[in-house]
Design a binder for this molecule. Structure first.
Ligand SMILES: Nc1ncnc2c1ncn2[C@@H]1O[C@H](COP(=O)(O)OP(=O)(O)OP(=O)(O)O)[C@@H](O)[C@H]1O
Ligand SMILES: [Mg+2]
Length: 341
């Protein structure tokens, strides 16, 4: 992990400013029926700093992938802003966006689905280089791809092979080579190791670490497994039903876990070395429908600390300690007490 304190204390280090970002999907069944929307991402705000790895965790359907996609303009937000170099990227169109696209890249979960089975893997990696005309003639493109292969721990002789000739871990290395071919500034890794065996996961996580040291990439590392996300992240953002419920440095999130949902996630990690010894918290029921999220605290229906107020009033995200944010009425109270006396 990098020295996150130094990174986030420096305002000039901001690489992305996310303001009230919201993404709804229109899932109305017919033109005459009542409009219905999936509230996939709701009012998300945070800053991302150069060279940090921000982990994003939450259970299935909490909006992690949607957030990742909106952040790099693979999806258009319903409202809110994503400021990159002081400009809202959702408003930059066409040709003007092309140089920015190079700087914002994504690595997906399923490396097999993201590689064209009929393309030699070298050609797949060369594609972004050719499309952006960055490496000159065919010979120099090949050389650049061979260097990329070696950089991600493969052999340059593998250029002419096809995806089916590789293992899952190797295919993920190929996807990473393609994603970093244009030396992006921000790399969104969406469940990039989730489909791999545990031992291979560790190798790919190490590769991410090495590449970060070499190129000072900024990562947004999305995953549902907090123990994996923890390994790489300087800070962690916890999502529940489209909202940020907690955001803190990795250390702070584990040492001073605030949100009951985060407590449940932390308690589910098996290794006793990673967390304080506590009993496993089993949450009741499933995540509520994102079509009609609860009007009070979205987590209240499953929360073991919920009071009457939690069911009716929606909590704001508040900064309880410098850099440690939480959305929970239990900490609203403390803040009010502090102000009053
Ligand atoms: N294109 C779409 N159209 C309609 N609903 C969508 C679309 N994409 C995502 N959703 C919905 O938005 C919500 C958030 O989905 P998202 O894929 O972002 O969650 P996630 O946290 O990445 O989940 P997972 O861990 O399963 O990958 C879900 O309820 C999902 O069904
Ligand atoms: Mg996802």
């Amino acid at each position: 992990m990098t020295e996150v304190k130094g990174i986030i204390e420096n305002e000039e280090n901001k690489i992305l400013e996310v303001k009230n970002l919201t993404k709804y999907f229109d899932v109305s069944s017919g033109i005459f029926s009542k409009k219905s929307y999936v509230h996939a991402v709701e009012d998300v705000s945070f800053d991302l700093y150069k060279g940090e790895t921000l982990g994003v965790v939450g259970e299935s359907g909490s909006g992690k992938s949607t957030l990742g996609r909106v952040l790099i303009k693979l999806l258009k937000p319903t409202s809110g802003e994503v400021l990159y170099k002081d400009r809202d990227i959702s408003k930059i169109r066409g040709k003007e966006f092309k140089p920015i696209r190079r700087e914002l890249q994504m690595v997906f979960q399923d490396p097999y689905a993201s590689l064209n089975p009929r393309f030699k893997i070298g050609n797949t990696i060369a594609e972004p280089l050719l499309a952006n005309k960055v490496s000159g003639d065919a010979k120099s493109v090949r050389k650049t791809v061979e260097e990329l292969l070696e950089l991600v721990g493969l052999k340059k002789e593998m250029y002419d092979r096809y995806p089916h000739e590789f293992s899952g871990g190797q295919r993920q290395r190929i996807s990473i080579a393609r994603a970093i071919a244009l030396k992006p500034k921000i790399l969104v890794c969406d469940e990039a190791v989730s489909a791999l065996d545990v031992s291979v996961q560790a190798q790919i996580l190490n590769l991410f670490n090495e590449l970060k040291k070499k190129f000072n990439f900024t990562y947004i590392f999305i995953g549902h497994d907090l123990s994996v996300v923890k390994y790489l992240s300087d800070r962690i953002l916890v999502m529940y039903l489209g909202e940020v419920v907690e955001l803190a440095t990795t250390e702070s999130l584990f040492e001073k876990t605030l949100h009951p949902y985060t407590e449940a996630l932390v308690s589910a990690i098996p290794e006793p070395t990673i967390r304080k010894k506590t009993n496993r918290i089993i949450l009741n029921g499933d995540i509520p429908s994102p079509l009609n999220p609860p009007s009070g605290c979205r987590f209240a229906t499953r929360c073991f600390k919920a009071s009457e107020r939690c069911k009716t009033s929606h909590p704001e995200l508040i900064e309880v300690e410098p850099g440690h944010f939480v959305r929970c009425h239990h900490y609203d109270v403390r803040k009010e007490e502090k102000i009053n006396g």
